[in-house]
Design a binder for this molecule. Structure first.
Ligand code: NDP
Length: 308
């Protein structure tokens, strides 16, 4: 079996940038990009803060360009999910079901996935009015009343985006101040179609076969109320996609990959590097993910030189 120089697990800005740099270094990397390639930007509309695109860029288009650039220099792609790994000996092993791949180095760039509230009614009504992707599903709710849960940039961005379709958007947040950046807050506060319910959590999404509203609890008074809506969006952040790594490399209590030798992308296991949201608890931007993908590819190059 051929031993790869580098397997990149995951795509998105980090994985694709690692592919661009590693391919241009003649490493002929193999990127196992997942069934849903491109990462979280595939679920975004306008990306306004990626340098070099003053007019903004649609997330999926930006990711398609990243991928093309990686492919142009010789990155190979498999659009499947890695199911498990074995980093206990050299060469490192990566599996897609029963199919084994051997490699001298790995870059983990599996990113993070949407967090849910964890309510039974939320999962029951998923796709029947419950969604975590305003970009994907917003257009289904023309003229509708919508709820969005969360107080971060994602919630504000999605609330603002949803007003293109909705008659009204109610933001429900568990605190009385937002975590979102000032510019996103101001945009939402100024929008006449957006209102806020503070200090409150959703205890149940209402409806049998379609969403009809939400039961909301005020966390200061304990009072329960019902807010009618036809669409219910959740935007409360993300969790790192690292379940397949548990016990194989060091993860922090929230599941993020620990990089013990920052600013390098080295993990606790020799030959394994991590880039992007999977190791980033602070910045989580497309540009910082891309930058760390570049760092990881350069770290891999240096590591491979030590193997000769
Ligand atoms: P954040 O972690 O920043 O915010 C999550 C929000 O959801 C917080 O307000 C949090 O409340 C709330 N929350 C978390 N868990 C629960 C729960 N179980 N029930 C109710 N509410 C909950 O995530 P985002 O996805 O908003 O943003 C992630 C990163 O991406 C940030 O760095 C952000 O700046 C960036 N981003 C940038 C954008 C842009 O610049 N265009 C667009 C979108 C995201 P609390 O505040 O109480 O903790």
């Amino acid at each position: 079996m051929a031993i790869e120089n580098l397997i990149i697990i995951g795509s998105g800005p980090a994985g694709y940038t690692a592919g661009i740099y590693a391919a241009r270094a003649n490493l002929s990397p193999l990127c196992i990009e997942g069934y849903q390639s491109g990462g979280l930007l595939m679920l975004t509309s306008d990306v306004e803060n990626f340098p070099g695109f003053p007019q903004g860029m649609m997330g999926p288009e930006l990711m398609a360009n990243f991928r093309k650039q990686a492919e142009r220099f010789g990155t190979r792609f498999i659009s499947k999910n890695v199911t498990h790994i074995d980093f206990s000996s050299f060469p490192l092993k990566v599996y897609i079901e029963n199919e084994e791949f051997q490699t001298k180095a790995v870059v983990i760039a599996t990113g993070a996935a949407t967090k849910w509230l964890g309510l039974e009614s939320e999962s029951r009504l998923l796709g029947k009015g419950v969604s975590s992707c305003a970009t994907c599903d917003g257009a289904f709710f023309k003229g509708a009343k919508l709820i969005i849960v969360g107080g971060g940039d994602s919630a504000m961005e999605e609330a603002t985006f949803l007003t293109r379709f909705a008659s009204h958007v109610t933001v429900i947040h568990r605190k009385d101040t937002l975590r979102a950046s000032k510019i996103m807050q101001e945009r939402a506060f100024k929008n006449p179609k957006i209102s806020f319910i503070w200090d409150s959590e959703v205890v149940e999404v209402l409806g049998q076969d379609a969403v009809t509203g939400a039961r909301v609890k005020n966390l200061k008074t304990g009072a329960l109320s019902e807010v009618p809506c036809e669409g219910f969006f959740v935007a409360i952040g993300h969790e790192p996609n690292t379940s397949f790594l548990k016990g194989h490399i060091d993860l922090d209590p929230k599941g993020y990959v620990i990089l013990p030798k920052r600013p390098t992308t080295v993990t606790s296991r020799t030959g394994v590097f991590a880039a992007g949201d999977v190791q980033d608890t602070i910045y989580r931007q497309a540009i910082t993910a891309a930058a760390s993908g570049c760092q990881a590819a350069i770290d891999v190059e240096k590591h491979l030189e030590t193997l000769h």
